[in-house]
Design a protein around this ligand. Structure first.
Ligand SMILES: [Zn+2]
Length: 462
């Protein structure tokens, strides 16, 4: 099947051609592990998980690499402010190392709960310090770096296509518009490759380098890790739309300075999850975590379902009402497929083809998701419907097979009531049978009477 992506680099829909036959190198900018991820952060990883699962479904062997930023991400994109890890360590009263370990654990648990496949490789920035120094040395030797008082900076005027990704020439990227201009920098878009430790304070995380004691600039890690694991040029680079104007152009610039090649062929950017039309962030006072969702009685899979309803290129408005609607939609699907016949079915080729075609069109996940409802409605053997939906779910990742097993596991009390109900039905005592049905309903068990006898499912998803 031909796959098309809207490439941020060319600003066009392009047919996807992998560099190596049947293999895809995929890089996703990972989290800065200084705080809990909010559901907006997590939604991006759900989207790229569907991308990866789709490529797997099309027979590609996908190598997926993600960085874990445990040092060097400053509170401002303009190389100003404090390292987020240093801020977090004071807040948490722990060392920066302890903060990183803790939030890496939180991140890994969160993606597991959202049924996101773990990347083939997670790399921690502090585990590849020497590689970053070596990479920066090459840039320095080639004359791309210069020294100012707080670090080594990349001279973006040395690359004539700097900023092609966001078409920066077209957008106002005057640094002074947002933050105080660093007067020592040669160009507003120049960025730190290596930051020096402050003279009078000791950082938890700092390393010796040819330029002085310090730590790597935030953008360096992705250039280095992607080259280490995926080569000079790889297939697809994904990340949030906030990376379009600073982080990604800087990654590209460093990689090109060192290898002379394009870092990645296809660049995909997801829009953000919004809350009441505004940004979801701690500073905006809206910070919903996965644990908040669970505490309110929602399944992480309801959140996943909610995320899948949107086109990744459009902002997505979150509200508790829409999450409730998603949980109900998921419940309805689960109810249908739990009553379906268990016997081995056959995947309906036409439905699956339609499903894949939606995804092949720049990852139209929302349309693909609606295929499930279509399969429920078409005329098909139950077992075949089940097989088709579960095949689709390999890409959607709603974990329907597991959820269904949970629905079919009845509470002990229900087993006894069903047995009793069978007995009164054998005696044709219909009023008593109906009474028992209501009693079962009271403990969230629904019964259907079929030619093969009673069928019951447990409605565990509240
Ligand atoms: Zn990155």
């Amino acid at each position: 099947m031909k796959i098309y992506f809207q490439n941020s680099l060319s600003r066009q829909k392009e047919e996807f051609k992998s560099i190596k036959k049947n293999k895809v190198g995929l890089y996703t900018c990972g989290p800065t592990v200084y705080d809990y991820p909010h559901i907006g952060n997590l939604s991006a990883y759900v989207i790229w998980d569907v991308l990866k699962r789709f490529l797997l479904s099309q027979g590609y062997d996908v190598k997926h690499v993600m960085n874990l930023t445990d040092v060097g991400h400053l509170t401002s994109d303009a190389d100003e402010g404090e390292d987020k890890m240093e801020t977090a360590k004071r807040r948490e009263k722990k060392t920066a190392w302890e903060v990183a370990d803790y939030f890496i654990g939180v991140f890994k648990t969160s993606i597991k709960e959202l049924n996101i496949l773990e990347p083939s490789k997670f790399l921690r920035v502090t585990d590849v310090i020497q590689e970053q120094i070596d990479f920066a040395k090459v840039m320095d030797e080639k004359g791309y770096l210069y020294k100012i008082s707080d670090g080594m900076y990349f001279d973006t005027s040395k690359l004539n296509n700097y900023g092609q990704l966001a078409n920066l020439a077209e957008v106002d990227q005057q640094e002074g518009a947002r933050v105080a201009k660093n007067p020592e920098k040669k160009n507003a878009s120049d960025f730190a490759v290596w930051k020096f430790s402050p003279e009078n304070s000791q950082r938890d995380m700092e390393w010796d380098s040819p330029w002085g004691k310090g730590f790597p600039g935030w953008h360096l890690e992705c250039s280095v890790m992607s080259q280490m694991e995926l080569g000079d040029t790889f297939d697809i680079h994904t990340g949030g739309v906030e990376h379009l104007t600073v982080h990604h152009p800087n990654e590209m610039a460093q990689s090109e300075a060192v290898t002379g090649k394009l870092q990645a062929n296809i660049w995909l950017h997801n829009q953000h999850l919004r809350y009441e039309g505004g940004k979801m962030s701690k500073s905006a006072g809206v910070f919903i975590k996965l644990t908040d969702i669970k505490e309110k009685g929602y399944s992480p899979m309801a959140l996943r379902y909610f995320i899948l309803q949107n086109n990744y290129r459009k902002p997505h408005n979150f509200s508790w009402d829409s999450l409730s609607a998603s949980q109900n939609a998921l419940k309805n699907i689960l109810r249908e497929i739990s009553f379906y016949d268990d016997k081995k079915g056959r995947v309906d080729k036409a439905s699956l083809e339609e499903f894949y075609t939606a995804l092949a069109d720049d990852l139209n996940i929302a349309k693909a998701l609606s295929s499930i409802q279509k399969v429920i409605e078409i005329k098909l053997e139950e077992a075949d419907k089940l097989a088709t939906i579960l095949e689709m779910d390999k890409v959607l990742g709603l974990d329907l097979a597991t959820l269904r097993t949970k629905s079919l596991a009845l509470p002990k009390e229900a087993e006894d009531l069903l047995k009793k109900r069978q007995e009164v039905r054998d005696d044709k005592d219909w009023p008593r049978s109906d009474q028992l049905r209501d009693q079962l309903k009271g403990i969230s068990v629904e019964v259907q009477d079929t030619p093969d006898g009673q069928k019951a499912i447990y409605d565990w998803l509240k």
